[in-house]
Design a protein around this ligand. Structure first.
Ligand SMILES: [Zn+2]
Length: 345
């Protein structure tokens, strides 16, 4: 039961979002507008038609729809607008810091200039920061189905950007594309000063998570929920302090988890695995970060203390330089303490 003080706490609590794809934040309205302007044909021609696409039989179908819609985004200017609008939306949900992914192969395959894409996105982030104070940083999420060879060119572009790109990740189709072949490019990304993350244990079981933590050396996992199938793996995650960026509604809607009661978030948390709460692709999963917090409380059985701990874990595991991270952690903990005292929860 969500009492008014609890609802107020969720709405006003300072938050950190670590698992968010920029392309997954675009509203149907903006998809149509960009498609019209850029002369791109989408699989639907009105907002209701676009919204109707957001029903998936499985993860593969979600990925197909995602790929077909992102073709509407073309220029650096488009990215600047999307990144700026996202910053305003997150700031309105009292998000203080967000790490946002883009999927670079989408753009390289369409011969877009990846540097322009990244610089446009960072310009949108900077404008949002100037206007509403939210801090946004970028992570590159390489589609594993493209294989490791092409990842080097993407990493090269990231290395040339002096500020704002903080993370390196693999995502896309986990089935048939295990993490191990990406080990050399992850080592180089680490060398370049990027934080390491991998989508793993979302639709493939514990083997994928073991590969990501043992051979890629990641400090965070996108989803990682299937680790709950392997007690030894849960102990390893806890002992190594590896953080799971969990996205509850995404897991339900892609079919990674069949029903809310089966979602392992609480089980992972109770086993001592560090977890954060995120949206993944809020438009595609019809959610918001506030809504993910409500659902974690009401449907997944987390307590208010657990939600506050998840925010603090997110701040501590951000891919920021140590001094900036310390400031963020301090700000989050002070604000949460003051807010809880004010609301009496
Ligand atoms: Zn993701």
């Amino acid at each position: 039961m969500l009492t008014p003080p609890l609802e107020a706490l969720i709405r006003r609590m300072p938050k950190v979002e670590l698992h968010l794809h920029l392309e997954g934040t675009i509203t149907p309205h903006t998809f149509l507008e960009l498609a019209r302007r850029n002369g791109v044909t989408l699989p639907a021609t009105d907002e209701a038609g676009i919204a109707a696409l957001f029903r998936y039989r499985d993860f593969g179908e979600f990925l197909d729809i995602f790929m077909s819609l992102v073709r509407a985004i073309v220029s650096g200017e488009d990215f600047e607008r999307l990144a700026y609008e996202l910053g305003l939306d997150l700031a309105a949900q009292t998000v203080r810091y967000a790490e946002v992914m883009i999927s670079p192969m989408q753009y390289l395959n369409r011969s877009l200039d990846l540097r322009e894409v990244i610089e446009g996105t960072l310009a949108g982030f900077a404008r949002a920061e100037r206007e509403v104070g939210i801090v946004l940083r970028l992570a590159l999420d390489y589609g594993r189905q493209y294989g490791p060879d092409q990842a080097w060119a993407v990493l090269d572009v990231a290395r040339q950007i002096p500020f704002g790109v903080v993370g390196w990740s693999i995502g896309g189709n986990e089935i048939g594309y295990p993490p191990e072949p990406f080990a050399p490019v992850f080592a180089a990304a680490r060398e370049a000063g990027l934080g390491l993350m991998a989508h793993a244990g979302e639709v493939v079981g514990p083997a994928s998570v073991w590969g990501a933590i043992d051979t890629l050396g990641v400090s965070r996992l996108g989803h990682g929920i299937r680790a709950a199938d392997d007690p030894v793996l849960m102990v390893a995650l806890r002992e190594r302090g590896i953080v799971l960026d969990v996205c509850p509604s995404s897991n339900l809607l892609t079919g990674a988890v069949a029903t809310w009661p089966e979602h392992p978030l609480r089980r992972l948390h109770e086993a001592g695995v560090l977890v954060t709460i995120n949206t993944d692709d809020p438009t595609f999963f019809a959610t918001t970060l506030n809504e993910e917090y409500r659902r974690s409380l009401l449907r997944l059985g987390l307590s208010i203390d657990d939600l506050c701990a998840a925010v603090c874990t997110a701040a501590r595991s951000a891919f920021l330089p140590p001094a900036e991270k310390a400031t963020l952690v301090e700000r989050i903990t002070t604000e949460i303490t003051a807010l809880r005292a004010e609301l009496g929860v």
